[in-house]
Design a protein around this ligand. Structure first.
Ligand code: ADP
Ligand code: MG
Length: 579
């Protein structure tokens, strides 16, 4: 009931269309119900065999039928056209709502959910919902009108025969509902199997470069073939069920006619019913039976659409973990003092990744984080833009707790350069301007110059309008990284996080990028994580983080002198090298 109410809400903007749709549905049903009556009139006339009367009334009958059919045409046209459009609009509303919700949901949601499934919610679930939204009310309305209407008319023609008919109909209904249940089970299986096929396809395509580099096409073929064949198998079972269902229904219809003919003949013999009435009766049986079948099949559409809607609501109702707190204020002018005060953090409330961390970074200074992989460096950085919230303690910028700053202004104040660079489908210009869509061409070029990528871009045939390919496939790692650095130059944040920005690059590209990064961190408070210690020597403070938390801190020469973990790392990397 709750879900039904939620569902009905989406009809609200389309109330007018909905009611016209229902009105048309009523008209269409009435025309269908009236047809045998007209025929009845006609045959009654024909049987009088009065030529004059027949000729006189024929044009009127013809005209009456014509008007009815035109009205039905208009009704059907409206239902099919505007009804579908209404469904599509509701679907589009929901799709946008779902998309926006996906944008709102926090990192933690994405840690736990599969993007393939999210895609399927956007595509197939919503399509099912749209079908239900449009066909649902119309089907129910038309069917019920026809069933009730034709049943009354059948009763009016002959009561005993209609009771016999009802008995056979109940038998048919039991069969139908029963078969339909089985069909639905197979259908659900179908759904799961196609999801597996899609997942397998998506996974393989996304990893196509790895597949090829391992020459693993045959392995992928096998994997795909398995799910593909399972899907086929499931479909075959589905069609078998469908065969039983449809043929069975047909058979029962035959039984209905058989019963009617035999009992009808019997009643004619007894003089209880006229032969013409029997013919009309048979026509009404069709009008009575078809909607029953439609309703039974409709249960499937209902189930599909409604379970899709439930999944939709589940996502819509998920509260993003990270949202603006009530009373959150814009960050205002940023100076750039950063402080971590007794910060503890855990992803799952059991394993503490960080415990009791204290770090102060005065505005404009650079702090470097060093330590073994998995020590928590990235995690520590992600607390600053509130990708996650601290479990205990606080993170402040200029003395303000980040939780009291609006998310938008907070994240606009922080620039991040990571190891993995994501390029959006589009041109180089689009990608640089990502953080400032209204940037002028001069600003874009200036950012590109600062990131040492301008010359490269100018060397391309289409310059800044060069399409980067899916995920930037047409660019090298170093080029992508420089574009991402240009992005941050353009954004011009007061605070900068460099998380292994050069780790994926070769020495040559790294040296190029090092200059841009140094340029970038000028006048900005910077947290830098790097696996090459040469890049962090100049940091104002170096903090060594391991699983045990902060184990050492100080500047480069202090830590070398101390001869602890940092010195050990440093010597390991530069053994035999003169720098
Ligand atoms: P570093 O950047 O120092 O290599 P991370 O901050 O990435 O370390 O990871 C610290 C710890 O937190 C690791 O044990 C890692 O497995 C865990 N971790 C990182 N990201 C997540 C996440 N999204 N969900 C759960 N655990 C995570
Ligand atoms: Mg990391």
């Amino acid at each position: 009931m709750y879900f039904l109410k939620r569902f009905i809400k989406y009809y609200k903007p389309y109330k007018a269309v909905f009611f016209i749709d229902m009105f048309c549905a009523m008209i269409v049903s009435l025309v269908d119900l009236a047809f045998p009556q007209i025929l009845n009139l006609l045959t009654n006339h024909l049987f009088t065999q009065n030529a004059e009367l027949i000729l006189k009334s024929l044009p009127w009958l013809g005209l009456g039928l014509l008007v009815m059919y035109i009205v039905r045409y208009l009704g059907r046209y409206y239902i099919t056209y505007q009804g579908h459009v209404m469904g599509a609009r509701m679907e589009s509303d929901m799709r946008q709502e779902l998309f926006d919700q996906y944008q709102r949901l926090s990192f933690s949601y994405y840690d736990q959910n599969n993007t393939g499934e999210m895609m399927s919610k956007l595509v197939s679930d919503l399509f099912d919902i749209s079908e239900l939204a449009h066909h649902g009310p119309e089907n129910i309305f038309i069917s019920i009108l026809k069933i009730i209407g034709s049943f009354i008319l059948l009763l009016l023609i002959n009561i005993p025969m209609t009771l016999i008919l009802l008995a056979v109909t109940v038998l048919m209904l039991v069969f139908s509902v029963n078969q339909n249940k089985k069909m639905r089970a197979v259908f659900m299986d179908n759904r799961r199997k196609i999801a597996t096929v899609n997942a397998s396809l998506q996974d393989s395509l996304a990893g196509i470069r790895v597949v090829k580099s391992f020459a693993n096409e045959p392995v992928e073929h096998k994997k795909f073939e398995r799910s593909n064949l399972q899907f086929l198998d499931s479909k075959e079972r589905n069609y078998k069920r469908m065969g039983t269902f449809h043929a069975g229904n047909n058979f029962f219809q035959g039984m209905l006619f058989l019963t009617v003919l035999v009992s009808g003949g019997f009643f004619i013999a007894l003089g209880q019913i006229k032969a013409t009435d029997l013919a009309i009766y048979a026509l009404y049986i069709n009008i009575f039976i078809n909607p029953i079948e439609v309703l039974v099949e409709f249960t499937e559409m209902f189930q599909k659409g409604f379970s899709g809607f439930k999944r939709f609501v589940e996502v819509i109702d998920t509260q993003p973990e990270i949202v603006d707190t009530p009373g959150a204020k814009d960050i205002g002018v940023v100076k750039g003092d950063i402080a971590y005060n007794h910060v503890s953090f855990s992803y799952d409330d059991t394993n503490m990744v960080l415990e009791g961390i204290d770090i102060q970074i005065p505005a404009g200074k650079t702090v470097a984080l060093v330590g073994p992989s998995g020590g928590g460096k990235t995690t520590l950085c992600s607390l600053l833009p509130r990708f996650y919230d601290v479990t205990a303690g606080s993170v402040t910028i200029d003395g303000k707790d980040v939780r009291n700053i609006t998310l938008e202004s907070l994240r606009k104040a922080i620039g991040i350069v990571q190891q993995d660079v994501y390029m959006f489908a589009g041109t180089i210009r689009d990608n640089i301007a990502y953080g400032k869509p209204d940037a002028t061409m001069e600003e874009i070029v200036s950012a590109a110059r600062q990131a040492n990528i301008h010359e490269f871009v100018m060397g391309l045939e289409d310059g800044y309008d060069t399409y980067v390919g899916e995920r930037g496939a047409r660019l090298s790692g170093g080029q992508k990284q420089r574009i991402s650095i240009a992005r941050v130059f353009l954004k011009n944040p007061k605070i900068l996080i460099l998380d292994e920005a050069t780790s994926a690059l070769d020495n040559e590209s790294e040296r190029h990028i090092q200059d841009s990064l140094e340029e970038l961190s000028k006048n900005r408070t910077t947290i830098v994580i790097a696996h090459r210690l040469s890049t962090i020597r100049r940091a104002d403070e170096i903090i060594v983080i391991s699983d045990d938390g902060i184990v050492e801190r100080g500047n480069h020469s202090f830590l070398l002198e101390r001869n602890g973990l940092y010195a050990k790392y440093y010597n390991m990397q530069f053994e035999g090298l003169t720098d």
